[in-house]
Design a protein around this ligand. Structure first.
Ligand code: ADP
Length: 190
């Protein structure tokens, strides 16, 4: 089983690229953001708590997303691996992921990081807001908070995965196909 982490700032195109990645390599796509939005739509207790945080541009508690990941690993079969999109987003989450995989006698295969400049994050999220209508895409203030949250809480993971020899960064500026083929060049090595 392969365990890929798809990394990058909000709006880098992770969700867009994930579709081709899961199809090409028979992976199960786990987007913690999408799982949380499903809880919100279902009106669950967890969804209610998550909604308030997400709509402020903050992260939900580590334990919540860690539980979701463990549950997906346990219940999904018939794939060659998993593509984690939007998880881990904090150092404690990355450490939890290592522990969960170590228990199963395995480890993260590789981290594929899609990088775009901050100025482009705002532009892309605003474009997506028009199509998807996500509440956390709706205002510049919320987007700016998410960019700050990314720099403060998520960016330290770059050094974490570099140290583990698992960090592979690709340039996220270009067409969907151009960026996709850069990603496949990395994934074909594993
Ligand atoms: P984007 O890639 O545009 O940031 P996501 O769909 O990945 O969008 O995430 C949307 C929101 O869901 C995040 O801003 C955060 O509030 C919450 N979220 C998603 N994944 C996590 C996570 N691993 N840890 C904490 N919060 C998360």
């Amino acid at each position: 089983m392969k365990y890929y982490v798809l990394f990058g700032p909000p709006g880098a195109g992770k969700g867009t690229q994930a579709t081709a990645m899961v199809n090409n390599y028979n992976l199960h796509h786990i987007s913690t953001g999408a799982l949380l939005r499903k809880e919100i739509a279902a009106g669950s207790e967890l969804g209610l708590q998550a909604k308030a945080l997400i709509e402020k541009g903050c992260l939900v508690p580590d334990e919540v997303v860690e539980g979701m990941i463990e549950n997906e690993f346990k219940t999904v079969t018939g794939v060659d691996g998993f593509l984690l999109d939007g998880f881990p987003r904090t150092l404690p989450q990355a450490e939890a992921l290592d522990r969960i995989l170590a228990k199963a006698g395995t480890e993260v295969t590789a981290t594929v990081s899609i990088m775009i400049p901050d100025a482009m994050i705002m532009e892309r999220i605003k474009g997506r807001a028009l199509k998807e209508g996500r509440a956390d895409d709706a205002s510049e203030d919320i987007i700016n908070t998410r960019i700050t949250t990314y720099h403060n809480q998520t960016e330290p993971l770059i050094a974490f995965y570099e140290k583990a020899g698992k960090y592979h960064e690709i340039d996220g500026v270009g067409s969907i196909d151009e960026v996709g083929s850069r990603i496949f060049d990395v994934m074909n090595k594993f």
